[in-house]
Write a protein that binds this ligand. Structure first.
Ligand code: AMP
Ligand code: MG
Length: 427
């Protein structure tokens, strides 16, 4: 089945979006606030790490030669000439017949080439009896073993997680250059919408999209700028959108369809936006617009709460990640065994809300049941989106399908409990 007029495939839509969005500028960030950001510079070490040959154990720094045959029967008695705590430099070189007491991390003194563990010795006054053989280099971490001075320890575009923070601290970086977070203007549209804190009249529903999308923006690393709710009039839409122009990206929810009060298209045209497309061959989410408003990427997301969230996942999240310098733009996709038969009309890619369970040797996947695009509770239950390809009309139970994971815990009790109920109904 061919595509309807003006409707473009998911892949083409994604390409058009990623072509247009640009990486953000950079900013200097203090180390802890750089968590979750993407490095905008390569970071090199200015020092070897460890900076000296250091002890990996609490024990005695020794010269291994005279101890290579040591045992209970052939024990060797050494004179202890010094104690080297972590944080002090050794004052004395080791001569044959001598040892220095040494703590983990402390510099190994000259003349020593191994450290023997305390457990392999017996103390006798100011002497130590070695009762185990020692090999050259044993329990010694060589200078520069982890990092050599001048080595790039983190490449540009690395994502900064806790281990990276530790590494940056270890090379003395209190500040790093990272890509800025995009500010994302979010405008909900609809005469029927009330905002949180407003009285909910009999003709109103809550603006849930504004908040769901703001949460998705935060999760994707952006900074939401809530523009509230615009009534379905050209004037109000136009005024509110003008306020959004100082942001880096603009999201509009609702009003992009072909209803009598869907003015988003008109207003974007009036404001001189150049739109790449208005419809994508997908479900949920067919009415989905993308283009440039002045210099800012702008999305018209469908109003149905599930469609809004699913289209955000597919298109806005990768765009926001590209803007922040991420190399990995997409959620992980896994292969899972389909636990029920599914059918649809061909011609559109469907993203089915799904529950994935990990068993001993495979992933298993169920749909959450109703796929109506208004059922937000099914988004809460889902931990994945099952990709039902455009050209496919049915997939039998037992076949392997692709599932996009939504970053939730697969072994969460909620899902297990939910699955128990689903098992009764479906299997
Ligand atoms: P629309 O795309 O404007 O035709 O909206 C489609 C459906 O989504 C309608 O049932 C709207 O009431 C609902 N909807 C639109 N915007 C929101 C929103 N911000 N929060 C919750 N539901 C919405
Ligand atoms: Mg509407």
């Amino acid at each position: 089945m061919g595509l309807k007029m003006g409707m473009i495939p998911v892949k083409k839509a994604l390409e058009a979006i990623l072509d247009q969005v640009q990486r953000m500028g950079t900013e200097k960030m203090d180390l802890l606030h750089s968590l979750g950001r993407v490095l905008a510079e390569p970071v090199a070490s200015v020092r070897d790490h460890p900076p000296w040959n250091s002890s990996a154990m609490d024990g005695y720094a020794v010269c291994h030669g005279e101890l290579s045959q040591a045992s209970e029967q052939r024990s060797v008695l050494l004179e202890v000439i010094e104690e080297i705590a972590a944080g002090v430099l050794p004052q004395k070189a080791i001569q044959p017949g001598q040892a220095s007491r040494i703590m983990t991390g402390a510099p190994v003194p000259e003349g020593a080439d191994a450290v023997i563990r305390v457990e392999d010795t017996r103390t006798e006054g100011n002497r130590v009896r070695v009762i185990q053989p020692v090999e050259a280099g044993e329990n010694v971490r060589l200078r520069g073993e982890d990092i050599q001075s001048g080595n790039v320890v983190l490449e540009q575009n690395s994502v900064i997680g806790p281990a990276e923070v530790g590494l940056l601290a270890s090379v003395g970086r209190s500040h790093v250059l990272v890509y800025q977070r995009p500010r994302v203007a979010i405008l909900a549209t609809g005469n029927e919408l009330a905002d949180l804190g407003e009285a909910l009249g009999p003709n109103k529903i809550m603006n849930s999209n504004g908040y769901a999308v703001a949460a998705q923006v935060i999760e994707a690393g952006g900074v939401p700028v809530l523009l509230g709710v615009a009534k379905d009039t050209r004037e109000e839409l136009s005024d509110r959108l003008a306020q959004g122009l100082s942001a880096d990206l603009i999201l509009i929810s609702g009003g992009v369809s072909v209803g009598e009060y869907d003015f988003v298209k008109d207003v974007l045209d009036e404001l001189g936006a150049t739109m790449a497309f208005w419809k994508v061959a997908m479900k949920p989410g067919e009415p989905l617009a993308f283009g440039m408003l002045k210099t800012k990427p702008a999305f018209g997301l469908p109003g149905n709460p599930v469609s809004t969230m699913v289209t955000f996942e597919q298109f806005v999240r990768p765009a926001l990640r590209k803007m922040q310098g991420h190399a990995l733009l997409f959620r992980p996709v896994i292969e899972a065994v389909l636990m029920e038969r599914i059918t649809k009309k061909t011609g559109k890619t469907h993203f089915l809300r799904a529950v994935v369970k990990k068993t001993a040797d495979r992933y298993e996947v169920w749909t959450t049941g109703s796929q109506s695009s208004g059922v937000l509770t099914s988004m809460v239950k889902a931990n994945g989106l099952l990709i039902f390809p455009s050209e496919s009309g049915e997939i039998e139970k037992g076949r392997t399908v692709q599932v996009q994971l939504l970053g939730k815990n697969l072994s969460d009790k909620t899902f297990t409990g939910y699955l128990a109920k689903r098992d009764c109904r479906v299997l």
